[in-house]
Write a new protein. Structure first.
Length: 460
């Protein structure tokens, strides 16, 4: 498998390689100066740098392997390698720290301390501080930019080197003025600094390996959800780090009356809003349809019908003596046998009655499916006489204005018209429907050649 290296990965590998070269340089010269001067502080720094060299090598490998994409056995990618790398480096730092403390305490209690003050001791420590500062800064910048815990651990190594080198430098100065044991105390200070920093790094690595939820993510997801219309509630929210990504798994409750397309659009809007806050997040959203208090009886019937893949129309709901009586029409393929259709409808009616006890009767009118397109041509241009007569009739009505015949079809000698009209924008929906129904009835009576009229009303 060929793995393409991105610009981000190249930058991470480059800074890790430079840090490894710096660690090789510092380790070699610190050991040379430590052997020459006999300084325990410089020796502790040399060992510390040797650990940094090992850590830099681990970091380099971790950065390379963590860049590999998800595969059949690692569905979430290889980002956790950086957490393991940081944990190994933490362990190495702690081992070296305890060794330095043990050696320094033995020197202090024995009082035997052979120390040669030398210019090279001061020189290598000052050079070390400069190099450590430069590498730590470069590593931290790239670690923050690409959310790399391995580089962050490496940066910590170099920053602790810088502070510990400062302690050794102070110890060398005191030793120069007749306090040779100050070098041993400086080594202990170095070790304590390293232990404190290692604890912080190790805890973060373990937290990420145990999938501790990232700080603030839960509250932020709830805040984002409040701004997305259609989300009733957020449940089962789970988030974890997977360097450099954050994995977010969340369930959202939405009204069950929403069609699938609407539910999908809500989930997409929610995911887009999360990505604006967390660009590298991998988000999994589970829409959960739930019943809402504003559901009406027709909604409940349509929900049951959807499970049967029915599309009922002309639903009529009557109420008498505290019970509901339902009538509706459902279309079926005309080629189906009647007994089969009757059995399907019977099961549908029984489920409605058993689900909603307030419904006493359900009557389904079985109709032949009319979903297929009817072959015809638009005859508006060749039927100007009847078109003009209908428009003249509509012009005489004050309830509508600016009427226009959109399309005219002629099927088996009968006309089917689609007409657009303006109505007063302040009219209620009930009144607009009443106007359309009345006009349709009048046209069908006045013009016997018309089989159907479909009004499209727009606010004036």
């Amino acid at each position: 498998m060929i793995i393409k290296t991105t610009s981000a990965e190249k930058e991470k590998i480059s800074v890790a390689m430079k840090s490894m070269i710096a660690a090789i340089f510092l380790t070699f010269f610190k050991f040379v100066v430590a052997i020459f001067t006999g300084s325990l502080g410089i020796l502790s720094e040399a060992v510390h740098s040797a650990v940094d060299l090992i850590a830099a090598g681990i970091t380099l490998l971790a950065v390379k392997f963590s860049a590999r994409p998800a595969d059949k056995t690692h569905h979430y990618g290889h980002g956790k390698i950086e957490n393991i790398s940081a944990l190994i480096e933490t362990f190495l730092l702690l081992v070296v720290s305890f060794w330095i403390i043990t050696t320094a305490v033995e020197k202090i209690y024995s009082g035997i301390y052979n120390f040669i003050n030398s210019f090279w001791g001061f020189a290598i420590i000052i050079i070390s501080i400069v190099v450590d500062f430069s590498r730590s800064r470069a590593l931290t910048q790239v670690a923050e930019k690409h959310q790399s815990q391995a580089l962050e651990a490496d940066a910590l190594h170099f920053s602790t080197d810088m502070w510990s080198s400062g302690s050794v430098l102070i110890g060398l100065i005191f030793s120069m003025y007749g306090f040779p044991l100050a070098d041993a105390f400086a080594a202990i200070v170095v070790a304590l600094i390293v232990i404190a920093m290692s604890y912080k790094l190790g805890k973060r690595a373990i937290d990420d390996l145990l999938d501790i939820a990232p700080d603030g993510v839960e509250d932020e997801i709830f805040r984002i959800a409040e701004g997305v219309s259609g989300i009733l509630k957020v449940t089962n929210l789970r988030a974890r780090k997977g360097w450099p990504n954050i994995f977010i798994d969340v369930t959202i409750e939405i009204p069950r009356t929403f069609p699938f397309e609407t539910a999908n659009a809500i989930a997409h809007e929610f995911e887009t809003a999360i990505h604006k806050k967390y660009p590298t997040a991998e988000v999994m959203i589970h829409p959960e349809p739930v019943e809402t208090p504003d559901e009406v009886l027709e909604d409940k019937i349509n929900l049951i019908a959807s499970r049967y893949n029915y599309n009922p129309h002309d639903i009529q709901i009557y109420k008498a003596q505290g019970k509901f009586h339902i009538e509706m029409s459902i279309e079926f393929d005309k080629k189906l046998k009647f007994d089969k259709v009757h059995s399907l409808v019977d099961n549908f009616e029984k489920e409605i009655l058993s689900t909603y006890l307030e419904i006493k009767t359900v009557v389904v009118h079985i109709e032949e499916s009319r979903s297929k397109a009817i072959g015809s041509n638009d005859v508006k241009a060749t039927s100007q006489r009847i078109v003009n007569e209908i428009l003249k009739f509509l012009k005489s009505k004050k309830s509508v204005s600016n009427c226009e015949v959109i399309m005219a079809f002629k099927i088996k000698g009968k006309y089917h018209f689609s007409i657009r009209c303006n109505v007063n924008k302040n009219f209620s929906l009930e009144k607009v429907h009443s106007i359309s129904t009345e006009l349709e009835r009048n046209i069908l009576v006045k013009f016997p050649k018309c089989a159907s009229i479909n009004f499209h009303t727009e606010p004036k």
